[in-house]
Design a protein around this ligand. Structure first.
Ligand SMILES: [Mn+2]
Length: 406
C-alpha cells in the first residue's frame, strides 16, 4: 500500500499581489501524473488547502478539478481543514465526495468516530485506519475559566490535544481487535522541536498563543505515522522519523525560495513494516531574491536575462548612495525580458531612518512619525512637500490604530 502525504497548498495565495494559479495548476497536474505513474493508493492532504476562508471561484475550480481526476487514480483521498480553511467550505460537498472515497473532515464535532476513517479493500477487508484530525480551535478543546493565566491555557490546550489523539487511538485499538492494521494520524498544528524558519509566510503569528507547542509525546504509539501540516518547511518532529511535516508544495514567499519542496511517500510492505521516502517536487516558478548596490543588482539581473530566466525577483537595495530613480532604473533593466520584478525594497533608506542619532536611542523611544520624518530627509524630499506627506502619513497611522487595519 502506497500513501502520499502533502499539506499547506494554500490555493489562492498571492505573492506581493501576484496571482499564483499557474503554479498551483502546474503542481496539481504534476501530482496527478505522479499518483498515476507511481500507482499511489491513498492521498492525505493535512490542512490549509485554500489560503483564505472564502476561496475564489478559480481556487475552488482548481481544487475540484484536481479531485475529479485524482479520485479515479487513488483508492481514497483524505482532506482535513487547516487554520486557513473554512470548515463549512470544505465540509459543503462532504457527503457527495464520500461517495467518491474522498473523505473530508472540516471540523471537530461531537462524535470522534467521524474523524476515524476506515480504509477497506474491494473485498471489505480493513487495510488501514486514519485518524483524520482537522485544525483544532481553542473552543474545540477547552472551556475557559475565569482567572486563568496564559500558561494555564497553554497547558490545558496541550493536554486537550493529547487527549483527543489518545481517544482516537483507543477507539482504533478496539476496532483493530488485536490484529495489526496500519494506523496513521493527521494533524494541523505547531509542534515544538521543529523550526519554522519562514519569513512573511503568515505562519509565525500563530505560534504565539493558540495551539502551540505540542511535542512528539502527543501522539500515541498506536500511530505508525503522523502526517502534519502547518509548517511550510518539511521536517521531522523531535527527530522522530514517523512524525513529519511535508511542508508546502510551492514556496509561499521568498524566505522559502531556496528550499527543496517535497511530498512524503509511505509504503507498507507485505509484512506491514513502513518505508518513508521524500519525493522532490519540481520548481514551477523560480523566485529569486537579489541584494546589493545598484551596479550589483543590475549585473545579477543581466546574468539572469542571458540565461533566459523567467524568475520573479525580489530586489533589496543595500547600497550606500542615495538613488533617486532606483525603481525606474531597475525596472528598465528587465524591459523586453521574461523576468518580473515583484518587489523593490530600499534597505538603505530603512536603515538610515532607523539609525541612531544618539547612542542611547532605541527604536521604541521613537514615534512612527519621527521615523517617517527621517525617511523624508533621507529621500531628500523637498521641504515644501513634507507637511502634506506627513499629514497623510499621520492619517494612515491613526486609521491603523483606531480600526486595527492589518
Ligand atoms: Mn496552517
Amino acid at each position: 500500500m502506497k500513501i502520499l502525504h502533502t499539506a499547506d497548498w494554500h490555493i489562492g495565495k498571492k505573492l506581493y499581489g501576484n496571482q499564483r494559479f499557474t503554479e498551483h495548476k502546474a503542481f496539481l497536474n504534476w501530482l496527478t501524473e505522479y499518483l498515476e505513474n507511481e500507482r499511489i493508493n491513498g492521498l492525505i492532504v493535512a490542512g490549509d488547502i485554500f489560503d483564505t476562508a472564502n476561496p475564489s471561484e478559480q481556487s475552488r475550480t482548481l481544487y475540484t478539478q484536481f479531485l475529479a481526476r485524482a479520485c479515479k487514480i487513488c483508492d481514497w483521498i483524505i482532506i482535513t481543514a487547516g487554520n486557513h480553511d473554512s470548515p463549512s467550505v470544505l465540509n459543503g460537498p462532504k457527503e457527495l465526495f464520500s461517495l467518491l472515497n474522498i473523505h473530508v473532515v472540516g471540523k471537530k464535532n461531537n462524535s470522534p468516530e467521524d474523524e476515524i476513517i476506515e480504509i477497506k479493500d474491494n473485498k471489505g477487508k480493513t487495510k488501514a485506519y486514519i485518524a483524520a484530525v482537522p485544525y483544532l480551535r481553542d473552543r474545540d478543546l477547552r472551556q475557559s475559566v475565569a482567572g486563568e493565566t496564559e500558561k494555564d491555557k497553554e497547558q490545558k490546550l496541550r493536554a486537550g490535544i493529547k487527549a483527543h489523539y489518545d481517544n482516537l487511538a483507543d477507539i482504533i485499538i478496539k476496532k483493530q481487535n488485536s490484529s495489526k492494521i496500519p494506523t496513521i494520524a493527521v494533524g494541523h498544528l505547531y509542534a515544538a522541536g521543529c523550526s519554522p524558519e519562514n519569513e512573511g509566510d503568515g505562519v509565525r503569528d500563530l505560534y504565539v498563543g493558540g495551539l502551540g507547542h505540542v511535542s512528539a509525546q502527543t501522539f500515541s504509539h498506536t500511530y505508525d505515522y503522523v502526517a502534519l501540516g502547518h509548517i511550510h518547511v518539511p521536517q521531522r518532529v523531535n527527530k522522530q522519523n514517523h512524525i513529519r511535516y511535508s511542508g508546502s508544495p510551492i514556496p509561499m514567499g521568498y524566505g522559502e525560495a531556496n528550499q527543496q519542496k517535497i511530498l512524503i511517500q509511505l509504503e507498507y510492505t507485505e509484512d506491514l513494516s513502513l518505508n518513508i521516502q521524500e519525493i522532490k517536487i519540481p520548481t514551477f516558478q523560480e523566485l529569486i531574491r537579489i541584494k546589493g548596490d545598484l551596479e550589483n543588482i543590475k549585473q545579477q539581473i543581466k546574468q539572469l536575462i542571458t540565461s533566459k530566466s523567467n524568475a520573479w525577483l525580489e530586489i533589496i537595495y543595500t547600497g550606500q548612495k542615495h538613488q533617486g530613480n532606483l525603481r525606474s532604473d531597475i525596472l528598465n533593466t528587465v524591459e523586453d525580458s521574461n523576468i518580473e520584478i515583484l518587489k523593490i525594497a530600499n534597505h538603505t533608506i530603512k536603515q538610515r531612518s532607523l539609525n541612531q542619532t544618539d547612542p542611547q536611542e532605541e527604536l521604541k523611544q521613537l514615534t512612527p512619525i519621527e521615523v517617517f520624518k527621517r525617511c523624508l530627509t533621507d529621500h531628500e524630499v523637498a521641504e515644501d512637500e513634507q507637511p502634506a506627506l506627513t499629514a497623510a502619513y499621520q492619517q494612515i497611522t491613526d486609521l491603523i490604530e483606531k480600526e486595527e487595519i492589518r
